[in-house]
Every structure is written in structure tokens, then in C-alpha cells.
Design a protein around this ligand. Structure first.
Ligand SMILES: NC(=O)c1ccc[n+]([C@@H]2O[C@H](COP(=O)([O-])OP(=O)(O)OC[C@H]3O[C@@H](n4cnc5c(N)ncnc54)[C@H](OP(=O)(O)O)[C@@H]3O)[C@@H](O)[C@H]2O)c1
Length: 231
């Protein structure tokens, strides 16, 4: 990863932060994005470019990628690790709940891939790591809006993987089960966070996928907690 330019979207989150902590000692040149700039600065990563970005706004995503290229010359890797969860019974979900889930987990996730891929296409190389979650593959009660956004993101990502292969751009989908991060802080589901995956486990899987030999593409990575999480 030495001198590879890596854009981490959702860098201040549990998974994003763990990825940053793994990549920094490997010599990657890091571009860190999330909405709240003060939290990006508080990560205290020496030499990192911190660019406050709301991925639901396409112009901000364009600005993120163009600033990364302007400053560092290229984008080798996008780690897409921004998102949020709303978990409610089907009859309690509001139009705003559905819109906000689709805006960040589906549309924003897509805008980030699209803008990074435009850069990678001109380079004829790149790797997109898309952190989806197991609820992009399996359903769960109370997760209609979240699953809709994540299943949609899986569909879009797989199409991009097909379309981008000709430009030598790798795309990997990550289906982690519950990861103990601030994602769960305001969620009222009865889950045992001590049984969840650690963010470092998720980060190790992402770093592994990035270091697979150039001739191979890890298409999908699925890691689950050993124990049942629900209390
Ligand atoms: N935790 C789990 O159990 C789990 C499991 C599988 C998959 N996932 C998925 O993995 C991703 C990361 O999850 P996490 O557990 O690391 O969550 P987290 O700790 O809550 O972090 C979320 C990150 O996304 C950023 N973010 C949220 N909305 C954004 C927006 N509109 N634009 C830009 N950045 C935004 C947040 O920063 P700001 O609020 O400052 O923008 C933060 O950096 C999510 O997509 C989640 O669905 C999570």
C-alpha cells in the first residue's frame, strides 16, 4: 500500500477509522471524508487530506474526488464506509425514514463509486471496496428501509463491477455481520454488542482484499460473528 492514494468515505466511523488505522502505517496516502470536519481533524492522521463531504450531495462528492486528484495526482482505492441505519416496524417507517436511508446507503454510496471510477477509468486502474453489510444479502425484521437501501446498493455495485472490469478496476463487496461501532449507539434493537465483530476485523478483511495479487479480484467477502447477536 506504500504511496497508494486511498479515499476513505466514512473515515470517522467505526469501520472507516479502523481502516485508516490499518492503512496509515502501511504508507498509504490518505484522503479522509465524512460530513463533520472537526471529527476528521480529530482523527489526527499525519499528512492526511481531510475533506468534509456529504455523499448525498453529488457536487460535494465530485469536489472530494477532484481535490484528491488535484493534490495527490490519482486515486488508487476508494473505501466506501459511510452509511446509517434506521430500524423500525414496517408500519412505523415514515417517508423521511425511507428517503434518508436511500439517500445515504444507496444514492450516496453510488455517487462515491461513480466519481472515483471516473478517475480510475482514466488511470486504467483502481480498486473500490464497498462496505455493504449482511443486510444487503439477507433480510431481518424491522429492517425494511435499511435492507431496501443495501439490496439496492448491492445491485448497483455488481453492475459497476461488470462495467469497470474492462478498465482494470476491481470492485469488492463486503458483507459484514454486526460490527461493534457507533452505528449501534442510537439503535434500540436488543443486541449484544460484546458478541459483534470488532471494527479491526472488518478493516483487516478490507486490507487483505486490497493486497491480493493484481491478477486476482476478491469479488465478495462475507464475515459473520460466531454467536447470535439478538438478546
Ligand atoms: N456496524 C455494523 O454492524 C455494520 C455492519 C455491516 C455494514 N455496516 C455498514 O458499514 C458502513 C459503516 O458503518 P459503521 O458501523 O462504521 O458506522 P458508524 O460508526 O456510524 O460511521 C458512519 C460513518 O459514515 C459517515 N456518514 C454518515 N452519513 C454520511 C453522509 N451523508 N455523507 C458522508 N459521510 C456520512 C459518518 O460521519 P458523519 O456523521 O460525520 O458524516 C461516519 O464517518 C455503513 O454503511 C453501515 O451500514 C455496518
Amino acid at each position: 500500500m506504500q504511496d497508494k492514494v486511498v479515499v476513505v468515505v466514512g473515515a470517522t466511523g467505526g469501520i472507516g477509522r479502523a481502516v485508516v488505522q490499518r492503512l496509515q502505517p502501511l504508507g498509504a496516502k490518505l484522503v479522509l471524508a465524512a460530513r463533520r470536519g472537526e471529527r476528521l481533524q480529530a482523527l489526527g492522521v499525519p499528512g492526511a487530506l481531510c475533506i468534509p463531504t456529504d455523499i448525498t450531495v453529488p457536487a460535494q462528492v465530485e469536489q472530494l474526488m477532484s481535490q484528491a486528484v488535484h493534490t495527490l495526482g490519482r486515486i488508487d482505492v476508494l473505501v466506501n464506509a459511510a452509511g446509517a441505519g434506521v430500524f423500525k416496524s414496517w408500519d412505523k417507517l415514515t417517508p423521511e425514514d425511507l428517503a434518508s436511508q436511500l439517500a445515504v446507503n444507496l444514492q450516496g454510496n453510488f455517487y462515491a463509486m461513480q466519481a472515483a471510477a471516473q478517475v480510475m477509468k482514466t488511470q486504467r486502474s483502481g480498486h473500490i471496496c464497498n462496505v455493504i453489510g449482511i443486510l444487503g444479502k439477507h433480510t431481518m425484521p424491522l429492517a425494511a428501509a435499511y435492507c431496501a437501501s443495501k439490496f439496492g446498493a448491492v445491485g448497483a455495485t455488481k453492475v459497476l463491477a461488470d462495467e469497470l472490469r474492462r478498465y482494470n478496476i476491481k470492485v469488492t463487496l463486503f458483507y459484514f455481520g454486526g460490527v461493534d461501532t457507533p452505528f449501534w449507539d442510537n439503535i434500540t434493537l436488543k443486541v449484544d454488542r460484546s458478541k459483534m465483530l470488532r471494527p479491526e476485523t472488518a478493516a483487516d478483511a478490507i486490507v487483505y482484499a486490497l493486497q491480493v495479487e493484481p491478477a486476482a479480484v476478491p469479488m465478495e467477502v462475507n464475515i459473520q460473528p460466531e454467536s447470535h447477536l439478538f438478546i
